[in-house]
Design a protein around this ligand. Structure first.
Ligand SMILES: [Zn+2]
Length: 388
């Protein structure tokens, strides 16, 4: 009886496994900022972002729904990707498993690096943890053959690097950092080496030594929200506030990078690419809120990655010294400009265009100047708080 049950189980299992193996297509990421999503769920920013992948990463496509392909990252991990972000690859033959090999941990004049040798460009996911600061990287569809991690003294920010094969076909790499604050990291492939490039803490924690990116939301054909009484456009005000912030930061000696300085249309993905080239120390993205609920108003700041929350709370604390109510500090926010891990970033929404009282403030040049000053002070407070 028992034997029969085992044979039955084995047969059904084999059939299921074969079925799974038979029914996938191999593909490679082709967009410069291919985004994996956690689920088929959506909000106005699209599906919940799991993270970006470099180009040419090998993916197993098992199914499709609407504009998304289903991706089997590993036996037990799934994700979704925009059809336009990949191309089907007919030249690669799938292998039962891939291997990791040696790691190297080293630094150059600017960054620290963890290089992970793989025998294929496999998909990955990364995330941050705080207290103490750590970066985690999961590589999917891979087994460990890593028996060698070279570590050089040229690193300045990395404290420890180690890995665990947490599942049959998942290798999880842990990177412990020396400082409390995350300054950002980028994950990309250099041939078949998966590289985590880690940003070091700036040598001087002063605003006048930093490059600060200021992003005026919307622009051109993208108006954004509309003022409830004055009918002014969000894109006009984000640029006005951005100009005030630029002026104030420059007066205080900071270098400023603006994503736009006129009424032009720039896609959010293009803004991220532009910022990844500029590599600012901090990104402040400016928008104004809007709601169909007339009772909602006030200031808010947003972040996606926990390692950048401290920046967003420091700025919100300063904004709340102005005559605005507290809408809150919002985490896990799915906004495209909060998605990069490359540099600390926050979205600032100083008030609501859909609230008449808030709108009156937004259109007032004195408030525009005051917000610029508070954002500067917030960055300054944040720098002071991260001196450990
Ligand atoms: Zn907006």
């Amino acid at each position: 009886m028992r034997m029969m049950a085992i044979i039955f189980l084995l047969t059904t299992f084999t059939t299921a496994a074969q079925k799974q193996n038979d029914s996938f297509l191999l593909a490679r990421t082709s967009a410069r900022l291919a985004m994996l999503a956690y689920s088929l769920g959506e909000d106005r920013f699209g599906s919940a972002k799991l993270g970006y992948l470099d180009t040419s990463v090998l993916l197993k496509i098992t199914d499709s729904s609407k504009q998304l392909y289903h991706v089997q990252l590993s036996k037990s991990h799934k994700a979704y990707i925009n059809k336009s972000d990949i191309r089907i690859d007919t030249s690669t033959t799938d292998r039962p498993f891939y291997l990791t090999s040696s790691f190297s941990v080293k630094g150059d004049e600017l960054y620290d690096y963890v290089n992970i040798s793989l025998d294929e460009k496999l998909p990955y996911k990364s995330w941050m943890e705080v207290n103490p600061a750590k970066i985690f990287l999961e590589v999917y569809g891979v087994q460990s053959n890593t028996n060698w991690i070279t570590q050089l003294r040229s690193v300045k920010e990395i404290k420890e690097v180690y890995f665990n094969q947490t599942e049959d076909d998942v290798v999880k790499v842990t990177i412990e950092l020396k400082h409390k604050q995350h300054w950002g990291y980028s994950v990309y492939y250099n041939k078949n080496k998966l590289c985590v490039r880690i940003r070091r803490r700036p040598s001087t924690l002063k605003v006048n030594k930093l490059l600060i990116a200021v992003d005026a939301g919307h622009g051109g054909s993208n108006d954004g929200a509309v003022g409830v009484t004055g009918k002014g456009l969000e894109k006009t005000y984000t640029l006005r506030f951005a100009n005030e912030l630029e002026k104030y930061l420059k007066k205080k000696g900071a270098a400023v990078f603006m994503t736009r300085t006129s009424d032009t249309t720039i896609d959010n993905i293009d803004r991220v690419l532009m910022l990844q080239d500029a590599m600012p120390d901090v990104l402040i993205s400016l928008h104004f809120n809007s709601s169909t609920n007339a009772d909602v108003k006030g200031a808010s700041t947003y972040y996606k990655h926990i390692g950048f929350r401290s920046l967003s709370t420091a700025i919100l604390n300063r904004l709340l010294q102005l005559d605005v109510s507290e809408f809150g500090n919002i985490g896990s926010y799915n906004y495209t400009l909060n998605a990069p891990t490359d540099f600390p970033n926050t979205l600032v929404e100083a008030a609501f265009l859909s609230d008449a009282e808030d709108e009156k403030k937004i259109v007032n040049p004195r408030f525009q100047k005051a917000v610029a000053k508070k954002i500067y002070k917030g960055i300054k407070d944040w720098l002071k708080s991260v001196k450990e």
